[in-house]
Design a protein around this ligand. Structure first.
Ligand SMILES: Nc1nc2c(ncn2[C@@H]2O[C@H](COP(=O)(O)OP(=O)(O)OP(=O)(O)O)[C@@H](O)[C@H]2O)c(=O)[nH]1
Length: 385
């Protein structure tokens, strides 16, 4: 078993237990650490006399870090959950951009540190924002720094040199580059999202196709076997009877031979529709192969199953499939078996098949019931004309 390290235990005890909140909480913590680091650098520069206004830098550091501390507490306490964006990404980014712009004015000769922090801030929200939000926050950053560059030029007009112009250009370049890259990442994310959706849909369609017979749309043999095994367990637990019937269209080969394969196909489709129209939604019909079908009747007694199969037989006998000017008609024979506790599904199907054989042998267009399995294997089928 995985034993958490001391560090993981420590982080686990601080972060919220809810997974989503833990994720946004850890992002907020990261933003706070970055801001605290930047504030530390600014204070260090102020101490070294590199910035123009030492006291103002101290106030700036306290307010910038303090604001993020408040937001982090709002996230960790769960308070932000009542807001439209509980991660507070936009608020945090606006706060840090504003504080970066102020730092640019206050940093004096040290304003060269600002562009890298700015780039970090802008990439911070890349994965949590929509395209419109990226454009919005990018425009705000552009506005804030244009104001900051103008303010820095005005307040330090006396000592303004070409280096300050270079810093200003650098800030604007970093901004433009970050926004362009962010937009690119957004479009890649969007494309990936669409691809993921298409893939999930294709997978679902594939799964469906693998389970279904193409001609009739019914469950195929493999899918039906899985379903029967599931119902077998249910029936065993609940004690409710489970019936399996094998249905086989009578003299189907002549239909194909005389009227063509496509008429045969239409006959199979008409047969499917007729059977489905005669049974309950909970009864499951599957194509077992060729012109043979399996019908599973859950929670149904043999007498009721027989009555239902008789109804199916009648509905199929009424079918008319048109071929040129002729009408093709056909009938169906069925073998019914009740699944008995202790026997396998394959064995129940074998008994249904024997009953079907009996129905065919006795003239077709009829339903036969398989007798309960006997230890000696003696089997005689009860018949319904
Ligand atoms: N059109 C069409 N025919 C199929 C399909 N699958 C199986 N068949 C045909 O079904 C016929 C089955 O014929 P047989 O097994 O001899 O049985 P039958 O003629 O129905 O005779 P009985 O079952 O004894 O009444 C064959 O001609 C197969 O080619 C299918 O998907 N489409």
């Amino acid at each position: 078993m995985h034993t958490p390290t001391h560090w993981q235990r420590l982080v686990g005890s601080v972060l919220p237990t809810d997974r989503r909140r833990r994720t946004i909480g850890s992002m907020a913590l990261l933003a706070l650490v970055l801001m605290a680091g930047s504030a530390g650098v600014m204070l260090m520069l102020a101490d070294a006399g590199m910035t123009a206004h030492k006291e103002a830098v101290q106030w700036w550091a306290a307010i910038s870090v303090g604001g993020l501390v408040v937001m982090t507490v709002m996230i960790f306490s769960g308070w932000s959950e009542r807001l439209p964006d509980p991660s507070l990404t936009i608020v945090q980014m606006s706060w840090t951009i504003t504080s970066g712009a102020v730092a640019y004015v206050l940093a004096g000769d040290a304003r060269g540190v600002v562009p890298s922090v700015l780039a970090m801030i802008l990439f911070f929200g890349t994965f949590g924002l929509s395209l419109a939000q990226v454009i919005g926050i990018g425009s705000y950053a552009l506005f804030a720094f244009v104001v900051a560059v103008a303010a820095a030029a005005r307040f330090n007009a006396a000592s303004y040199t070409v280096v300050d112009t270079a810093y200003a250009l650098m800030v604007l370049l970093v901004l433009a580059g970050s926004i362009a890259l962010n937009l690119r990442i957004q479009s890649i994310r969007q494309r990936l999202g669409l691809q993921r959706e298409a893939l999930a849909q294709a997978l679902a369609e594939n799964r469906e196709l693998a389970m279904r017979d193409e001609l009739t749309g019914l469950l195929n043999r493999r899918a039906m076997l899985d379903l029967m095994l599931l119902e077998q367990r249910r029936s065993l637990r609940s004690g409710r009877p489970l019936l399996l019937a094998l249905l086989d269209i009578d003299h189907f080969k002549p239909i194909n031979d005389q009227h063509g394969h496509s008429t045969g196909d239409r006959a199979l489709q008409a047969f499917t529709a007729a059977v489905r129209g005669s049974v309950r939604d909970t009864d499951v019909l599957a194509r077992w192969g060729g012109e043979e079908f399996v019908l599973m009747l859950c929670d149904t007694r043999v007498d009721d199953g027989l009555e239902l199969l008789d109804r199916v037989r009648g509905a199929v006998a009424q079918l008319q499939v048109l071929h040129v000017s002729e009408t093709v008609r056909f009938t169906v024979s069925a073998g019914l078996a009740q699944h008995m506790p202790g026997e396998t599904i394959e064995h129940t199907l074998d008994r249904a098949d024997q009953a079907l054989y009996t129905a065919k042998a006795l003239g077709r267009n009829r339903v036969a019931v398989a007798p309960s399995p006997r230890p000696m294997g003696a089997a005689t089928a009860h018949l319904r004309p």
